[in-house]
Design a protein around this ligand. Structure first.
Ligand SMILES: CC(C)=CCC/C(C)=C/COP(=O)(O)OP(=O)(O)O
Length: 556
């Protein structure tokens, strides 16, 4: 039975539709050259990587170093992007340091601002609590951060990065952030070019909010310029980066081949043609080799969410959208007959992706994960429908009502769940129960996504008639202007990061890689929705980054 009585699904195909003026595809068939069944690994390089890994592992295991040197070594390993080889060793080192030198949360070691700030950040990144009171000694009698710190650029930079680990109620880190931001900005013109570039980069993209692969690519050159760098670690970082790049190239190639064979972007010409950017989104969530299959699934899910988003946001007509929503609620191929032709293509393709994920999860004995996925997928489509009805009726909801729906349509709740499907046994059924109830970290990532997106996309979207945004709802509810609404958005993003940081310290039962994938979803937004929507308009920053991570190897 059709879901909407007396509605012929194909009767409105000639109607003028709301079509967005999306920019064309940026990459064409470029990545098809890398499509392959298996990756050819240079055996000499593979052997060298193994031997370098052993050497670094031995360095991590020696106990004759000062704790600060050890922590800085761990920090370099992580920033260079090779921490994933030494998870166990890094855990041991940091647990021991935390046990020995942190008493009731207080760091009992003495050193300069740089060392203490690195120690503070590295321990917190690992989910180990340390009190920010360690920075009190850098204040003057009036209780302000002392002006004497200003000339210590390394210390200021490290304090700036450390302050981004803040949770709610940490006044001293708020002050540290304001103090370091202001002074680093004003001093940056007086520094040598290399240090000035580092300062400028941190001020626009703090480490906590940056994507690990981007950081690795950048930090390899910075570390190399540091005269006291560890040559073994540097060589490992370079070879490993390039080896992973080859793996990612092959994955991108295979997904592009799948997309081309499917021909769906040609069949849905109203939708954004962004398969490479979808692969990049999933690679940003996890880059490690063991998540190759997970990335494949996730790229396909993101691609379909993008098509569906464009269907609800622009092309679809309200009656058709009701039909599609019903079909997703029923999740059954027999619904196909109820849909107009273009939606048949989309619906069938979505169920095919689901079948593929089913095959994979069956092999691993993790088929139960799909119930959680489908439940979340239904939720996002229902929320898209709510937004479409709002637009249809020109309805401007109250802020709370708006946020309860738009957090779901950010896509981040369903993507958090999707990201766990391919993460193996660490993502247990308890974890799925947790992640699908909007814990603080998922709620935070959804807020970061929604609020940043609203700040940068509003004008482009409103031009073509888009559901009202946070900005409109806020301005209407509080009878205020756009600037005040944007400020509220920015405040919301800051609070969301505090929530996420808090969950990273308190959710001790959730393994770090699972928290990290949600953090990485938020980081993707911090990088690509900063000045504009770089997903839709991907010819600038996103293209440059994809080239740096996927096309150009690191010279060695
Ligand atoms: C994270 C997800 C779901 C990825 C899929 C692609 C997508 C919908 C991107 C956001 O587009 P947008 O900026 O147009 O979003 P919205 O329509 O929600 O404003």
């Amino acid at each position: 039975m059709p879901a909407v009585a007396n509605f012929d699904p194909n009767s409105k195909l000639d109607l003028p539709r709301n079509v967005a003026d999306y920019p064309p595809n940026v990459w064409g068939d470029f990545f098809l050259q890398y499509a392959s069944e298996s990756m050819e690994l240079d055996q000499n390089i593979a052997a060298e990587i193994d031997s370098l890994k052993n050497e670094v592992r031995n360095m991590l295991a020696t106990n004759n170093e000062k704790p600060f040197d050890k922590v800085k070594f761990v920090d370099s390993i992580c920033r260079l992007g090779v921490g994933y080889h030494f998870e166990h060793e890094i855990d041991q080192v940091l647990q021991l340091i935390h046990k020995t030198y942190v008493v009731n949360g207080e760091i009992i070691l003495e050193d300069n601002l740089h060392s203490l700030a690195v120690l503070f950040r590295v321990l917190r990144q690992r989910g180990l609590y340390v009190s920010p009171d360690v920075f009190k000694k850098f204040k003057d009698e009036q209780g302000n951060f002392s002006e004497r710190n200003i000339t210590d650029v390394e210390g200021m930079l490290s304090l700036f990065e450390a302050s981004h680990m803040m949770i709610h109620g940490e006044e001293i880190l708020e002050e540290a952030l304001a103090f370091t931001s202001a002074h680093l900005k004003s001093i940056s013109t007086q520094l040598n070019p290399s240090l000035a570039a580092q300062v400028k980069h941190s001020l626009t993209q703090a480490l906590r909010k940056n994507l690990p692969r981007l950081e690795a690519r950048r930090y390899i050159s910075i570390y190399e310029q540091n005269t006291s760098h560890n040559v073994i670690l540097l060589r490992l970082a370079k070879l490993d980066f390039n080896m992973l790049q080859s793996l990612h190239q092959m994955e991108f190639g295979n997904i592009c081949k799948w997309s081309k064979e499917l021909g769906i972007t040609k069949k849905l010409p109203f939708a954004r043609d962004k398969i490479v950017e979808c692969c990049f989104w999933s690679m940003s969530v996890y880059f490690e080799p063991q998540y190759s299959q997970a990335r494949k699934m996730m790229s396909k899910v993101i691609a379909h969410l993008s098509f569906i988003d464009d269907t609800y946001d622009s092309y679809g007509i309200i009656d058709e959208l009701e039909l599609f929503t019903k079909a997703v609620e029923r999740w059954d191929i027999s619904c196909l007959d109820d849909l107009p032709n273009y939606m048949k293509i989309l619906y069938k393709s979505l169920l095919n992706v689901y079948d593929e994920i089913e095959q994979e999860t069956k092999k691993e004995g993790r088929i139960y994960t799909l119930n959680y996925f489908v439940k979340d997928f239904k939720k996002i489509v229902q929320a898209y429908m709510t937004e479409a009805r709002w637009l249809d009726k020109n309805y401007v909801p109250a802020i709370d009502e708006y946020m309860s729906i738009s957090k779901i349509t950010s896509g981040y709740p369903v993507l958090s769940t999707t990201s766990y499907i391919g993460m193996g046994d660490i993502a247990t059924e308890d974890i799925f129960n947790w992640v699908t109830t909007m814990p603080k970290i998922v709620n935070g990532a959804a807020l970061v996504c929604r609020l940043n997106d609203e700040i940068v996309s509003n004008e482009f979207e409103q031009k073509r008639g888009h559901v009202c945004s946070f900005l409109e709802c806020y301005m209407t509810q509080y009878d205020t202007n756009r600037e005040a609404a944007i400020q509220e958005c920015q405040k919301g993003v800051e609070n969301a990061w505090k929530d996420m940081n808090e969950d990273c310290l308190t959710q001790t039962k959730v393994p770090l890689p699972l928290l990290t994938s949600v953090l990485n979803l938020a980081r993707f937004i911090e990088v690509y929705y900063k000045d504009k929507d770089n997903y839709t308009h991907s010819e600038g920053l996103m293209k440059t980054h994809i080239k740096a991570l996927l096309v150009d190897p690191v010279p060695y």
